[in-house]
Every structure is written in C-alpha cells, then in structure tokens.
Design a protein around this ligand. Structure first.
Ligand code: COA
Length: 331
C-alpha cells in the first residue's frame, strides 16, 4: 500500500473513433466466419475501422482536444504527453509529437509508450509518479490504435477481434487526498511472448524482407493459449491490488477491464465473484482497441453516469509481449 498526501487523478476525458463501422455480418463476406461465432466466442458485434487514407493521429488529436476542453485547460498548460500505442502513424515522428502539434501543446514533452493493451495503465502509472513530484503538472495521456492496419484480413482467428480508436485523459493533482489513484501494479511475463506477435516493421526485418513470411507483417496470435494466461493474470493482479490495500472485491463499485473478449471478462468476473452490474463492458461496439480500450470504456462509463463521486474502480489489462497492469482509483 502506498501513502502520500498528494494523489493524482483523471481530471477529464475525451474519445474519438472512426465513423466507418464494420459489422460481423459484413465480416462474413470477407472471411469464413459468422455473426453467431463472433458474438458467442467474443461478445463483439461491430468495430470502428479507419477508412483508406484516414490516420489514427486525427482521432488521437480529437480525443485530446475534447479532454482539454472538459478540463477547461489551454493546451499550453500541458507539461507532458504520453501516448500509449502499438500502431502510430509513423515510427518517427511519434504519435505523441503529432498530438502535441495537433492540439498546440507547445510547452509539453511528448513520447510514445509501447506496452500493448496495458499501455494506458502503464501511462497512467507514469503520470502518477510525475504528479507526485510536480503537483502542478497537467499530463495528457492518450491511448490510440489503428489495429485494422496491422491485421491479416485473411486470418479469421484475429481479424474479427480488433478495432480502431482513441481515448484521452488529462491527469493532475486530486483536489482531495481521499480521491484519485490509490495504487497500481505493472508487470510483464516474457516467457510467453511468442504466443502473440507482430514481427514485421521492426528493425530485425526490413519492410518486405523476403526472409519473413508475409503473414508476419501482421498480428499473429495463439488465441486459446493467450486466453488462459490473460484470465489467470488479470485475476492475480486484481486480487493482489485489492489485498495489499486492505480491500476485497466487495469493496469495488466498478470493474473497468481491458476489453479483449467478453468471455475473458466473464471468467474474470466469476473468479472475482463480482456481480455483472459492477462490470463495465462495451466490447460489443468497438472490439479490442488495445491501448485505447480502457480510456474509451472509462469515458463511456462516465457518460452513462456510472463513475459517481466517491466510487472505487479497478481497471486491469493484459496484452501482447506479455504486459499486464492494474490501477485502483477512487473517483
Ligand atoms: N470464425 C469462425 N470460426 C473460427 C474463427 C472465426 N472468426 N476463428 C477461429 N475459428 C475456429 C477455429 O478454426 C477452431 O476450429 P476447429 O475447432 O475446427 O479447429 C475453432 O473456431 C475454435 O478455435 P479457438 O481458437 O480454440 O477458439 P476460442 O474459443 O479460443 O476463441 C479467440 C478464439 C481468439 C476469440 C479467443 O481464444 C481469445 O479471445 N483469445 C484471447 C484474445 C486476447 O485476449 N488477446 C490478447 C489481449 S489483446
């Protein structure tokens, strides 16, 4: 358990997703799949996908502008931008830099963070450290992904799962020591990384290197194995985080997990013995948007009036590499 009189908190949020929607029925025309298989095995009904030529930076910037407006902050007041992404527009410039340019945050440092689906929670934990040392700082965190550009549209085991989108939050000092980020866990387990990979595009293989099979330029996953590790890991993170803060799952008001698969979320809920009304789910609309999934879920939970003053939330995530994380927060 951590004790500090200064707590950081999420001051405001914004989201943006592409207007183009790809439904399960439309996917039936692209690969050998069915609406009933996707719905039953994943809970996903549709996902938002970038159009040709559309960039994820435009959504990262739009989400950031909304978060800044809601916090009533000028972009010039932002000290740091952390963008969690696996799918930036370019390797250089970073997506963080494009966000800085797009919102006009001329006084901010900006960088990208690569921690797959746990990226947003990693970024939140880093921001928490900065706020404790610099209580007047305002930090913009963005989770943004263009996963449709890294999917093999001939691989039915992955192409039905992912979607594109961006979620942004402004983090600053909490007005009360009783509210804000209580504690977090970050972790990784390198022994399993080969179950979920995206090899092409790094410095090992030059673009279109003939030594690498074409499918390795896209996300490859051994889904069933990943599933098992994901459930166990997220349960362990949730229980550790609660226990070391003298809490139990009964103290939780809302679980806002990474949205990878409804069955993963249901397993987790059952193992933690949390009633379904205390778990936020929006995977049916967006699919798995990786680093964008938790900020989009938090935003929608707030819009639906579920993030009431004083409630205790837990977010847990798990993703490729493998990374995992959890953040416990009082609102
Ligand atoms: N449509 C129809 N059938 C499909 C399919 C699709 N889109 N994808 C796979 N199948 C088939 C498989 O070929 C297999 O057929 P077979 O039994 O004839 O061999 C069958 O469905 C079962 O495949 P399996 O991979 O065991 O299914 P599953 O129940 O494990 O579900 C995932 C697959 C990917 C949905 C699931 O494993 C999953 O969500 N994994 C974790 C994802 C995740 O968390 N990713 C990391 C975090 S970002």
């Amino acid at each position: 358990m951590r004790s500090s009189s200064i707590k950081s908190t999420i001051l405001s949020m914004g989201i943006s997703v592409p207007s183009k929607v790809l439904t399960n029925i439309e996917l039936e025309k692209i690969v050998n799949t069915s609406d009933s298989w996707i719905t039953e095995r994943t809970g996903i009904k549709k996902r938002h996908i970038l159009k040709d030529g559309e960039l994820i930076s435009s959504h990262a910037i739009k989400a950031s502008k909304e978060a800044l407006e809601r916090a009533k902050l000028s972009p010039k007041e932002i000290n740091l931008i952390i963008c969690a992404t696996l799918t930036p527009d370019y390797l250089m410039p970073s997506l963080g830099i494009l966000i800085q340019e797009g919102v006009g945050a001329i006084n901010a440092g900006a960088f990208d963070l690569s921690a797959t689906c746990s990226g947003f929670l990693y970024a939140l934990s880093i921001a928490d450290q900065f706020i404790k040392n610099n209580p007047n700082w305002k930090i913009l965190i963005v989770g943004a992904e263009a996963l449709s550009r890294k999917i093999n549209w001939e691989d039915r085991s992955t192409c039905v799962l992912f979607g594109d989108g961006a979620g942004a939050v402004v983090v600053g000092k909490s007005s009360s020591p009783d509210k804000g980020i209580i504690d977090f866990i970050l972790g990784s387990s390198s022994d399993n990384w080969s179950l979920l990979t995206l090899k092409g595009g790094g410095s090992c293989f030059a673009p279109f290197d003939k030594r690498l099979p074409p499918e390795d330029y896209f996300i490859k996953m051994q889904g069933r194995e990943v599933f098992k590790v994901a459930v166990k890991t997220m349960e362990r993170v949730a229980l550790n985080l609660l226990e070391r803060n003298g809490l139990t799952t009964q103290d939780l008001d809302l679980l806002v997990p990474h949205q990878a698969n409804l069955r993963i979320i249901d397993f987790l809920r059952e193992r933690l013995k949390i009633p379904s009304e205390k778990v936020y789910v929006n995977i049916q609309k967006y699919g798995n948007t990786s680093a964008a999934s938790i900020p989009i879920a938090l935003y929608e939970a707030q819009e639906e009036g579920k993030l009431k003053d004083g409630i205790l939330t837990l977010s847990v995530a798990f993703g490729g590499s493998f990374t995992f994380g959890g953040v416990l927060m009082r609102w």
